[in-house]
Design a binder for this molecule. Sequence first.
Ligand code: TRP
Length: 333
Amino acid sequence: MSDVRVLSCIQPTGEVHLGNYLGALRNWVSGQHDKDVFHGVVDLHTLTVIEEPGIAGDATLRTAAMLFAVGLDPDVATVFVQSHVPEHSQLAWIMQCNLSYGELSRMTQFKDKSAKRSGGFVSAGLFTYPALMAADILLYDTEEVPVGDDQRQHVEITRDVAVRFNHRFGDTFVVPEAVLPAAGARVMSLQDPTSKMSKSDESDAGCVYLIDAPATIMKKFKRAVTDSDTGADAVRYDRENKPGVSTLLDINAAITGRSPQQVADGYEQYGKLKVETGEAVVEALTPIRERYGDLLDDRGELTRLLRVGADRAREVATATLDRAHAAIGMLPT
Ligand code: TRP
């Protein structure tokens, strides 16, 4: 294992779906033996939008269980819950004081999310979210942050604030880099194949959750949107003109380790492609669903694993926060 430090985090905002798995989590698992990886379940981030009492903890526990179920090994990877490491909140404040109102106003995610809630409650936390994310990253002397395109601007602002802090107060933080996740598949919705698979889909029919029962998964694949082409080359990879078929081919390819074109060569009919893709997904997800169930049945063990992760995370995080406080010249306790 190299000692290059890698960090990526997941929000506990709902059930983990196939897009999360094929796009990110599967790569976290295969990457854990190559580098020194930290993965947080970032519950504080979800407070920016949460309105209901009592759901945060449960969602956090389920997401953490899923990280272990997909194969993160607690002896190898540091898996922790963000709020168990209070240094995140502490450094986030310092980050807020080193970012400007103008910079935060330019974040596209804030503009999108606040526009969607227009007229509703737009929390100040939604605005300062990038400061918390910068703290997540900088606390661990992170060198590499594997994130999708939608998070690149957040890594950019993290670099900016690290460089600014180092310039103002002296060398303190490692300046991280966003890295392209290793060939993560971009999984589209089975019902609206021009947008990403997402738990905020209108209906659940387009989104396959890792804990869906096999019959549910098969039903979702059988009902997947395709088109009305017929003929020998109806099954071909063509994102532009055949988004539904291409989505099925993408998923099948990602699961079976082939290219979408290779998969397409084996099919002439949509029905067979749907069924066999569904079956391949069921086969891949069954052991994950079973491990997930076992983990949730043994909450004591799950709690212990998260305590181990938090202890390891805190070892690094307290040292970094101390360095930041010292650099600023705050009064030692
Ligand atoms: N903002 C990320 C998302 O919405 C989650 C996240 C929080 C994150 N902190 C992070 C990702 C640090 C990478 C590194 O998906």
